[in-house]
Design a protein. Structure first.
Length: 239
């Protein structure tokens, strides 16, 4: 159930990210196509300011001076004024940002924000996918561990059942684990499967070593004789 809910959540996030991306693209296209047309129509309807032309008055710029002993300001001979070019009052240069540049800047900002959101959505989806993969791996490991535990318990139950049936040979009770392992190796070489059991005695915790499971006492005694021939000792006990 957890993996299915996680998959549904991932699909929902993917659909939501796609819808946002499609909406952002549609909005950008609308702004790029429609806004320039609106601005162009508005510019055509805006009245143009009249250009102001000011003629220079040469007489205001003339300085009283004597030329060949004559005063220009009092001379009766009035020379014709030269044709002067018209002066156009030019406005001071100002950094003017057009509406189209503002729109383009807003469109670029919107596109960058959309790209950023898309990247964030992709990161979220990738993190969710990684989490789902990790959960699947943990679930598989748990299943394998549970199977191993059940198999081990079943084997132990079978071995315990074999021990409890009939007769067995008790090799001895020991406190040294290394000694027990050496005896187990010898039993394996002789062809007998051994098993250990921890018991509590008056002298502390001990390890009981037994081998074999025989339906009758005679078979157990015959096996004990073979073990004694191999240099091992023990005694037949009933389960």
């Amino acid at each position: 159930m957890s993996s299915e809910s996680t998959n549904d959540e991932v699909l929902s996030l993917k659909k939501r990210a796609r819808r946002r991306l499609v909406g952002a693209i549609a909005l950008v296209l609308l702004m790029v196509v429609v806004l320039p047309m609106i601005l162009q129509d508005r510019a055509s309807l805006t009245p143009q300011d009249a250009i102001k032309i000011t003629m220079l008055d040469v007489r205001e710029n003339l300085v009283d001076a004597n030329v060949d002993g004559q005063d220009l300001t009092t001379s009766n001979d009035t020379a014709p004024l030269p044709d002067l070019p018209a002066r156009v009052d030019e406005p001071n240069p100002v950094n003017v940002i057009s509406d189209e540049e503002i729109v383009n800047e807003k469109v670029n900002n919107l596109q960058s924000e959309t790209d950023k959101k898309n990247v964030e959505n992709k990161n979220v989806v990738s993190k969710l996918e990684k989490k789902s993969e990790i959960k699947e791996k943990v679930t598989k490991l748990a299943e394998v561990k549970l199977a191993e535990t059940s198999t081990k318990s079943s084997l132990e139950n079978k071995a315990q059942g074999k021990i409890q049936a009939g007769f067995t040979i008790q090799v001895g009770v020991y406190s040294d684990l290394a000694n027990v392992k050496q005896l187990q190796d010898k039993l394996n070489e002789a062809g007998y499967v051994s098993h250990t059991e921890k018991i509590t005695t008056a002298k502390g915790e001990k390890i009981r070593l037994r081998t074999g499971s025989f339906p009758s006492r005679q078979e157990a005694a015959d096996a004990l004789a073979k073990l004694q021939g191999a240099g091992l000792s023990g005694m037949v006990i009933s389960n």
